[in-house]
Design a protein around this ligand. Structure first.
Ligand code: TXA
Ligand code: MG
Length: 344
């Protein structure tokens, strides 16, 4: 299969690209589109035959459910049954964070085919905040099922070249919408009605942080259990061997953890690129990539993480060594990706 890359640099091109993507979706085809988080591989969420093509192109097991992207806030009532006791909370969350990188798990309506949710009674829904995606979904009208546009288990792509390097020849079309502004997949939450405060359970940390959510309820993090993660379809997206570059990756907890082997080539993923953190001077690194060269904050590091790992993966070093980042705000999501990338 030939994979066509369609650009959206200027308006007449964008209009053409949007119309090509809408036609492809209407014809039951799949297309890679930019979102504000990572590139998504998109299909009509109401068409099981189209959705099957996503699983095939990604090599994704059918027990791993997909996120459904909605054209309008109100579409939530077409695809989910919002429990009475959660209505107020759901309204607050979508008014505050949509369009944006917050996915909410809710009981699904029968209109969503079982293949989308891997047979689960719930569906993850969000509204994407990217101008090209927005125009495509408005033109198409139906909800769009879209996993990240990578081969199953590999790095999520935050640019069209990163999509191509994994899916060229496996999908018909990529719409190039530039680099993804958020760079990490959406935060996924499950909601629990409780007194005196509702509980917001973060099942996948992401750009919307616990700090962002805490004004709406008591925020808790879902328990991690790697046995369950590897076997259970109810472990939300949480297979342990996710997000891995091809090059082996190791996450250090302190500089003392690094013991280089003779003759091996190492690249360093540095958090701030500062000597005082103790990692830069540990070794004559083949390459050093800095996650947050600007302010030294985790928000910047989150935006750059997948891009940096993708670039380092092209170098052919023997191992990528990652410094830890602070375990707070978006840092939680970064650490989760690095931990999972490190598991072999
Ligand atoms: O930012 C994002 O969320 C991106 C963009 C493209 O929107 N999408 C994305 O999709 O990250 P994906 O398929 O790579 O990851 C979605 C995760 C999956 O690992 C899946 O297990 C989990 O969400 N998930 C989806 N539906 C679920 C459900 N009903 N219950 C529990 N987990 C669910
Ligand atoms: Mg993914």
């Amino acid at each position: 299969m030939l994979t066509e890359l369609i650009r959206t640099d200027f308006e007449p091109d964008t209009r053409e690209a949007v119309s090509r993507a809408v036609s492809a979706l209407q014809a039951g085809d799949i297309v890679a589109l930019p979102t504000e988080t990572v590139y998504g591989l998109c299909a009509d969420a109401l068409d099981p035959v189209a959705v099957e093509k996503l699983f095939e192109a990604k090599g994704r097991p059918h027990f791993d459910p997909l996120i459904v992207h909605l054209p309008h806030k109100s579409s939530i009532h077409e695809v989910t049954e919002v429990p009475e006791e959660l209505k107020k909370l759901v309204t607050q969350l979508i008014e505050t964070f949509w369009p944006g990188p917050l996915t909410i798990l809710l009981p699904k309506k029968p209109i969503i085919p079982d293949i989308v949710t891997a047979g689960l009674p719930t569906v993850g829904v969000r509204m994407c905040d990217h101008p090209v995606f927005h125009r495509v979904i408005k033109g198409f009208g139906n909800p769009i099922a879209a996993p990240s546009a990578n081969r199953f288990g590999s790095l999520s792509p935050t640019s069209s070249p990163a999509v191509l390097s994994q899916l060229e020849g496996r999908i018909p079309m990529i719409i190039d919408g530039g680099a993804c502004a958020r760079g990490l997949e959406s935060t996924i939450v499950r909601l629990h009605a409780a007194e005196p405060k509702n509980r917001i359970e973060i099942v996948r940390p992401g750009p919307i942080t616990a700090e962002d959510l805490k004004k709406f309820g008591k925020v808790v993090f879902a328990e991690r259990n790697e046995d369950v993660e590897n076997s259970s379809p109810d472990a939300p997206g949480m297979l342990a061997n996710h997000y891995a570059p091809r090059t082996p990756l190791r996450l250090l907890s302190s500089p003392e953890d690094f013991h280089p082997e003779e003759g091996k080539r190492y690249a360093l993923v540095s958090y701030r690129g500062q000597e005082k953190d103790g990692y830069l001077q540990l070794h004559e690194w083949d390459e050093v990539s800095i996650l947050s060269p600007g302010s030294g904050r985790v928000a910047e590091a989150g935006i750059r993480l997948f891009h940096v790992l993708w670039q380092l993966d092209q170098l052919g070093v023997d191992e990528i060594i990652a410094e830890p980042v602070p375990d707070r705000a978006v840092g939680k999501a970064i650490l989760e990706k690095l931990r999972k990338a490190a598991i072999k």
